[in-house]
Design a protein around this ligand. Structure first.
Ligand SMILES: Nc1ncnc2c1ncn2[C@@H]1O[C@H](COP(=O)(O)OP(=O)(O)O)[C@@H](O)[C@H]1O
Ligand SMILES: [Mg+2]
Length: 199
């Protein structure tokens, strides 16, 4: 909904279908969710590399990167996390409108925020990949040292420690990235996308 009653949707002569046709692909939003250290950025990167090598037009919206620019004014309170996801989802929506296959990797801890994100896309346009890597494994990996920091009480509102993570009730793929190596995980994601005629 627009914030002002005086704005009106402007149709454009070049539309999503035209842009996608030129790229020879179906626009998609592939949304990774899971705890910090679950493997979202690693797998999103590996997946983008794979799709790019196949000639797909892609973009990776990584949560940490978006917080350096578009969302640099946001922190980790519940309200800020919700606004963070709203903006990421809207950015992804714009990019699919441009005809891209967009990969999103962000904790996105709240079910309702992910549902709102999903609602921006057609039914086959949103593929939610839940990395249910156990918190024990995430904490063992601790690639950024954040679990250690949170345990020492030096980091507040850390997902899985003192901030909630709400797992998906229904998603397109659940993957334990603590069980399989990166290549095997990418293979499973590609298989899921292929089965859905998404790539
Ligand atoms: N199967 C796997 N999938 C993804 N990451 C893995 C896997 N096995 C080990 N790792 C390691 O786990 C860490 C995951 O970190 P990262 O991708 O930054 O997580 P996130 O973006 O979810 O916070 C990396 O150091 C990565 O090398
Ligand atoms: Mg990451």
């Amino acid at each position: 909904m627009p914030s002002s009653p005086n704005t009106r949707w402007q149709d454009t002569a070049v539309d999503q279908a035209a842009r996608a046709r030129l790229k020879g692909q179906a626009p998609r939003c592939i949304w990774f969710t899971g705890l910090s250290g679950a493997g979202k950025s690693t797998l999103a990167n590996a997946l983008e590399l794979r799709l790019h090598a196949q000639g797909r037009h892609t973009y990776l919206l990584d949560g940490d990167n978006v917080r350096h620019g578009l969302n640099r004014d946001l922190g980790f309170t519940q309200a800020d996390r919700t606004e963070n996801i709203r903006r990421v989802a809207q950015a992804a929506r714009l990019m699919t409108d441009a005809g891209l296959i967009v990969i999103v990797s962000t904790i996105s801890p709240y079910l309702s925020d992910r549902q709102s994100a999903r609602a921006l896309f057609p039914q086959d346009g949103f593929i939610e990949v839940y990395l249910n890597t156990s918190i024990e494994e995430c904490e063992r990996r601790d690639p950024k040292g954040l679990y250690a920091k949170a345990r020492r009480g030096e980091l507040k509102d850390f997902t899985g420690i003192d901030s909630a993570y709400e797992p998906p009730v229904q998603c397109e793929l659940t993957l334990d990235a603590g069980q399989f190596d990166v290549d095997a995980c990418v293979e499973k994601i590609i298989e899921c996308l292929t089965n859905r005629n998404s790539i």
